[in-house]
Design a protein around this ligand. Sequence first.
Ligand code: C2E
Ligand code: MG
Ligand code: MG
Ligand code: MG
Length: 281
Amino acid sequence: SAKDNGKNDFQIFMPFMLMKNLKKIEIEKNLKKAIEEDQFELYYQPVINLKDMEIHSVEALLRWNLPGKGMVSPLEFIPVAEESGLIVKIGEMVIEKAFSDIKNWERKGIDYINMAINLSVRQFKTKFFVDVVKKLIERYSVDPQKISFEITETGAVENFDVSLKILNFLCQMGIKFMIDDFGTGYSSLIYLRKLPIGGVKIDKSFISEIESSKESRAIVEGIVLLAHKIDLKVVAEGVETKKELEILKEIGCDFAQGYLFSKPLPKTEVEKLLIAKKITV
Ligand code: C2E
Ligand code: MG
Ligand code: MG
Ligand code: MG
């Protein structure tokens, strides 16, 4: 507490904490309402297979359409949702919407598409997570082979044994796991490899530097080389320029996503891209 850090901290710390908590409480209250009133929507961003330049999958990205405020970024409310535990409900709703959408696309003949879904640690380490996923897979009769869950390095390695159990179970069902924002945590591929993961998504902070920095390019090249040696796929996040794309192809990166191809789009808009299967850049 502030008191343990010395009595002078108290006066400085207190107003800040109060403001922070008020904001948090307000967001939390609004989040509860948002769940009840279904103010959430999934946007989808295409992921391109660099071997044939066709769309391989879409990543589901959560948006909160807060009345009077517009679209709120997940970066703003996911931390509050996690802390309050509301992420469990929200996360379940995300999976349900994503499954329902992939099924609808299949019915319309778009049957090649795979779906990536982000998970928060708190969400995938709850007791019933595995049961919820199983239930939803059955309810929507989704092919588990088409689903990949994205988790962060930190989330994957903390409580390693719990992670291992959950990942093993879902992998046996055919679901894949990818490590999101790879490179921003502290874990090595060697350690992550002890988990049944399918690959890594290199954080956009490295990708945005591969043009200008030899070191960043070398790091990305090294990750791809090592990942391939241990049978992992690599996705590059946040690809914004043609030059970055060129370098990633040269390096042998498997997949790429980013504004160069498409921003995250509402489902009716992404559908047009999925039908075309290719995006001209
Ligand atoms: P993420 O999973 O790493 O998603 C990639 C983020 O990068 C997305 O931000 C996406 O819009 C953005 N992005 C994509 N291409 C580019 C690009 O070329 N340049 C730049 N600058 N950015 C790009 P977004 O949609 O704001 O999501 C932020 C984060 O929120 C996600 O990062 C993910 O960690 C989290 N998130 C999103 N949806 C969910 C969800 O359903 N559940 C959970 N637990 N977390 C979610
Ligand atoms: Mg992600
Ligand atoms: Mg990421
Ligand atoms: Mg992230």
